[in-house]
Ligand binder design. Sequence first.
Ligand code: C2E
Ligand code: MG
Ligand code: MG
Length: 668
Amino acid sequence: MGVDNNFALGFLFSIETGVYSFLTYLLYSFYQGFGRRYVKYWTLSLACLSLQHLAVSIQTFLPQYHDLSTIQILLTCIIQVHQYLFIWLFFIGLYYTNKNQKYSNSFVKSSIALPIILGLSVSLLFAFNEQAVFNRFYLRESLADFVFAGIFMFIFFFIFNVKKRHFSGTILLIFSAMMCCRYLLFSFLSVVFLTETWFQELSYLLIYFDFGAKATLGFLLLVWMQGAERSVAEVAINRAQYLDKHDLLTGALNREQVIEKLPIAIDQAIESNQKLAVYLIDIKRFKFINDTYGLKTGDLILGQIAVRLSESILLSQVVGRLSGDSFVFTIEIIDDSQQEKAANHLHDLISRPYFVNHQEVHLQCSVGYCLSPQDSSEAEDLLKKANLALFHAESQNIPSVKYEIGMQAHGRHLLAVEKEIRQGLNNEEFILYYQPQLNLLTNRIEGVEALVRWQHPEKGLLSPDKFLPDFDALGLNGELDNYVLDLACKTNAHWYQQHKRRVAIAVNMSAAEFQDPKLISKIQTLLFKYDIPSNYLELEITENVLITDISVAMDTIVVLQNMGIKVSIDDFGTGYSSLAYLRQLPIDKIKIDRSFITEFSTNDSDLTIVTSMIKLSHGLGKRVLAEGVETLEQLNLLRKLGCDAVQGYFINRPLPPEKIANYLTRKK
Ligand code: C2E
Ligand code: MG
Ligand code: MG
């Protein structure tokens, strides 16, 4: 090869170096922008290609082209190592474009040793043997071509197996097939026809071909990257749009989206001559789930609820989450009987057990619903009305409630009364009357029941039936119960201070308060604060408390009993509980409801019921108190039946605290 020729070649290699360096720079800037791993490997791959060509051009420019000089060997090492590194890093980059790579990061990283070892081996083997010109050629050129052919074939199959291929992927597929053939053919020809002149010319031509091919490859990578990033961006945009419309936690529609979708569902129902039923579902005591199992479990359960609703066989048009634990669900219905069936179906869906982190969780819900177009054809209005119905369901402890016209007025009433109630609690307008309970065995007062009254600044003294339903509806029961507990304990301490005599006070507890996990500690604090022995406090719960969640109630009762606080079942016989399961509960006393006592001395069936209630209760080892005793006849009959205690107007009406104080001193 002449000097001019060498110079021309050196010049060509320098240009190649420049082009590859420029491509490296472009890829590097993309890498800085996207920070993708595959771009990093491709940048490194092109950097190796640049370095390889830099070394080749230096080698070509060197005045004495002598294979065995140290500088030549060094340059050969650089060239060989970097050409293998180039193809290998290119392949790793390609491997990382696929998101489900099988091999670990460290495995892939350590595989880089392979091209380095190969490059150094082929450079140094026969490097110092002047005669081994052919061997050196076979090792450095033929083998390299063979390896390249193999890797391009591998790349071909790799891209071939990618399911979602970009346009640039297809080009790369064709490109690698072409390169595989080129290297395989040349590797074969170089072994057989090395000395032929046409082969020399072919090698010379291939230098240009390779330049074009590798530059094309560099640009292909750039195009590929842009395509890949664009589809990533599309996915991100779609996801952002989805999240904008859907609730992040459950995947159900969010509030805004529900408001947007509802009118469409309403119109569709009108078009198909059907009604649209809008159900609001509120999960009961979800806060308790969060407190007990943790927020993460709570979130998982909410997600499961959304899935159950979306996959319901009723084929809902709109499933959304309006807030924390409340969901909306709409369906088209033809006849009215479907409304209630659907509500029951929703209860079934929600109450199926949830399995989260190997735990089985049970939930219940309240459902409020309304119909379009009867109740309204406006989305917001429908939600408001369904919400009013839900409010009723929750406060009255009824599983499902359908919206009725009076509910709206009731809603307005509640809004006004809430302020009054809060003020009343702050100004201590609520006072307690105490009704004595007579022990029929000892003929002495065994305790008093605290009964709340509202000393209203304008309306005068109000009895509980006038305001308790509002407390219920507003969910303020817990606050009232705390207030009453405090006042009862305070009065108890006061009586003791004044008359040196203690009397047990029974306090009525609402279901909500009885299930409050903090109830026990609240009571402990009160007993300590007013220095009252625990056996002077008694709690009255109704059967509804037990029905809501018997296991929670059971736990609380057991703890209370261990503390020495008695628990009795109030208004017994009016609820759904059976004596059979009362047996499991460590309850002290059963209070037979007034309605059975009122007529039992004249009504045979009531007499039978009362008689058997007393017998059964005694059989279970519980004491029995009869409420609403108004006549001597009733009292005598109860005494004959073996009733343990009585309470009623005949003994005493509920009395203000100062009257009880008189009572206490007199009895003493
Ligand atoms: P209850 O716990 O069953 O209380 C007994 C109710 O029967 C009281 O009505 C009492 O005045 C009335 N009563 C007692 N003896 C007779 C009688 O011989 N004849 C008749 N006709 N009635 C009698 P009150 O005070 O109006 O309380 C009604 C209900 O309100 C209570 O029923 C209880 O469920 C609830 N309540 C009262 N105070 C509280 C309270 O502080 N907290 C809670 N959560 N509920 C309370
Ligand atoms: Mg009571
Ligand atoms: Mg009662």
